[in-house]
Design a protein around this ligand. Sequence first.
Ligand code: SAM
Ligand code: SF4
Ligand code: SF4
Length: 339
Amino acid sequence: MPLVDLLGRPLRSLRVSVTDRCNLRCQYCMPEAEYAWLPREDLLSFEEIRSLVGVFASCGVDKVRLTGGEPLLRRDLHELVRLLAVDRRITDLALTTNGVLLSAQAERLRAAGLMRVTVSLDTLRPDRFTALTRLTTHARVLEGIDAAARLFPSLKLDCVVMRGVNDDELVPLVEYARERHGEVRFIEYMDVAGATHWAVDTVVSRAEILQRLAEHYGALEPIDATTWAPADRFRLPDGTTVGVIASTTTPFCSTCDRARLTADGIWLTCLYATHGLDLRGPLRAGETAGQHAARVEEAWRARSDRGAELRAAERERGIYIPASALKGDVHLEMHTRGG
Ligand code: SAM
Ligand code: SF4
Ligand code: SF4
């Protein structure tokens, strides 16, 4: 029997957070002054991550994305890539990074077997970058993007669009990505836990993003790909492609084949889940891979999550989880569960 959840969705994609730490403080993800962190001793070792990824691969996962926090803060990340890349069941091994440390590590990561890189880039303006992230490392992000464009066959640039913050940069970002043979993906600002400054009027919808692009470029043609990927892709009249991830206004829960593993081994079956399954405890207690797989399969068969759809259906949509509640449970934070 194929492994599907209660809504018929297979388990195919796993986002692995390798650290909850970050070297930026993006307004839409970590806007608070202070954060609590996962205890160091709870972080999974690379060997432990490899074991659990192997268990997920035996349950059908073939896409793995390393994320965080900022994954490049995890020392010797390329060693983890090397361990995962030898598993032939993993046909897509990717990384999402803010790019600050990428230029120094891109070559090692590629050599270790990393296949694809997505860099978050919300603005081309250094002053805005600093206002948005509280850091002055914009030039290093751009260097990281150039290194990735040189070394990797596929480069995606993810941009969270916020009204009044960067929504006047859609066209410059499309052009910037095109010059590097990359694809920009515009992401609607989501009210995930951690986004404690979220407000409905700061969201720029997919419809508005498309309209603004069409005003500049002319009609956009949808790329009709039967896909489980979150981005809807479009072709501009000159052939350039862009993606839009409309998690807020047009959630794609019905085709969601993704789950997330936190850096301390909690498995979450939805970005909006308020609790997950502890896999670190049983792993460290000596449970076998077969026992893990049975646990994962049982949880996936019982899955009915559709967090973003439920949020979208709410009439009075405000902050999902207030900062005071987040302080009591770091596992709720976006930077802990991995975007
Ligand atoms: N630090 C890395 C980075 O920024 O690329 C990886 C982790 S980050 C949590 C992963 C992705 O989540 C980023 O592309 C980020 O833009 C996105 N993200 C974080 N908070 C978000 C929010 N409130 N709405 C939409 N996307 C968000
Ligand atoms: Fe920004 Fe990523 Fe860090 Fe969140 S985890 S603050 S999105 S760089
Ligand atoms: Fe998947 Fe949950 Fe996101 Fe919906 S909200 S797409 S179920 S992770």
